[in-house]
Design a protein around this ligand. Structure first.
Ligand SMILES: Cc1ncc(COP(=O)(O)O)c(C=O)c1O
Length: 388
């Protein structure tokens, strides 16, 4: 007679249903069984579909990778535990001591900080202005990787991806684009000649502010060292988060359509408001990259915008205290409209000089526009701005 302890571990078993569910099950298992050594070899060598161990990914990871690759019309993708782990996997997979990275100075603050960290491992970074091709051409000499953002955080600068990829390739330099702000709805950088695209899927692709996730997409061969590093160093996520991100992505287009339409109207409203000194939105003719954005972005100019009040912390706090729906949250890409303050959050760890050079003064705010009713959002801003 089998004992209680043995029954408790084995009796329920694991049975695959005979027909397929509509929604993929969550494969909450850190390890997988094999019939024999031949099956182990077959799965490791890719001759048989199967999973090995949680850190190598589960069917939920593979599904999210298929989604991200598909949205970017890429051959393959690697899903990671966050946008930063995806970026780290690219850096650790492609760079070695002595390499040089050329980076737009308009990158997300943490990306710039990771590049600073890499100096300890012998990788140096040259920062450039995205609209200065002569400076970029000079910086690319002897470099290994050019890093850009499709729509930069937080000034919404839009580089001419086609032109800069061409410049980089002529010097034998690979191009990585962080497409987090645009999402595949507004831009597919690989089609513009970029080698690798990454996104924080935490943001628009998942879209519900409840998951941390990142992805890198590109040619299969280019991704191999990146996947190897992500697996070895444990940069992968868990099956539950992959499942949630996949579910969120189902409504990506609907959310982006609505949010981008809201953003354009709010950008126009803010630009006309006497308390607002400047609006940064590539969909406005006043933006320095308006013409470039029309080539690089499709379906509008995105759901992110920034605006400047007088350079005063008090003004920002007064606005925040006055808002009813729009809250401060130090992320972006959810269904609700949120504000963030780069000087005290995303760009907090830059030096004051670096922040000043980017114009990130105490009155600079970044807004992630959500899918709420436009007139409610406009009214909310109007009544809060009236208190300044
Ligand atoms: C442009 C951009 N890239 C990368 C990241 C990092 O993503 P995660 O927070 O998922 O690590 C962020 C986060 O805000 C971001 O805004």
């Amino acid at each position: 007679m089998d004992s209680l302890s043995t029954l408790a571990v084995h009796i329920a078993g694991v049975e695959a249903p005979l027909n397929l569910p509509v929604s993929q099950p969550i494969y909450q298992s850190a390890s997988w069984t094999f019939r024999d050594l031949d099956e182990v070899d077959a799965v490791y060598e890719g001759r048989q579909a199967g999973a090995i161990y949680g850190r190598n990914g589960t069917p939920n990871h593979r599904a999210l990778e298929a989604l991200f690759a598909g949205l970017h019309r890429a051959e393959a993708a690697v899903a990671c535990a966050s946008g930063m782990s995806a970026l780290s996997a690219v850096f650790l997979g492609l760079l070695k001591a002595g390499d040089t990275v050329v980076a737009s100075r308009d990158l997300y603050g943490s990306t710039l900080n990771v590049l600073h960290d890499l100096e300890r491992f012998g990788v140096s970074t040259r920062t450039v202005e995205i609209d200065n091709p002569a400076q970029i051409e000079q910086a690319l000499i002897g470099a290994r990787l050019l890093v850009l953002e499709t729509s930069s955080n937080p000034r919404l600068r839009v580089p001419n991806l086609e032109r800069l990829s061409d410049l980089a390739h002529r010097r034998g330099v690979l191009v990585l684009v962080d497409n987090t702000f645009a999402s595949p709805y507004h831009c597919r950088p690989l089609e513009l000649g970029v080698d690798l695209v990454m996104e924080s899927l935490t943001k628009f692709v998942n879209g519900h502010s409840d998951v941390m996730m990142g992805g890198v997409a590109g040619p299969q061969q280019r991704l191999e060292p990146i996947r190897a590093v992500a697996t070895r160093m444990g940069l992968v996520s868990n099956p539950q988060e992959c499942w949630l991100a996949l579910r969120g992505a189902e409504t990506l287009e609907l959310r982006m359509q609505r949010a981008a339409a809201n953003a354009l109207e709010l950008a126009r409203f803010l630009e006309a408001h006497p308390k607002v000194r400047q609006v940064h939105y590539p969909g406005l003719p006043s933006h320095p990259d308006h013409a470039t954005a029309q080539k690089v972005l499709q379906n509008g100019a995105g759901a992110m915008l920034s605006f400047e009040l007088e350079p005063s912390r008090t003004a920002v706090n007064t606005l925040l205290h006055g808002l009813r729906y729009i809250r401060m949250a130090l992320s972006l890409g959810g269904t609700c409209t949120t504000l963030s303050h780069p000087a005290t959050s995303s760009h907090r760890f830059l030096s004051p000089g670096e922040r000043d050079a980017l114009g990130l003064h105490p009155g600079f705010l970044r807004m992630s526009v959500g899918i709420e009713n436009l007139s409610d959002l406009r009214q909310d801003l109007e009544q809060a701005l009236a208190r300044l």
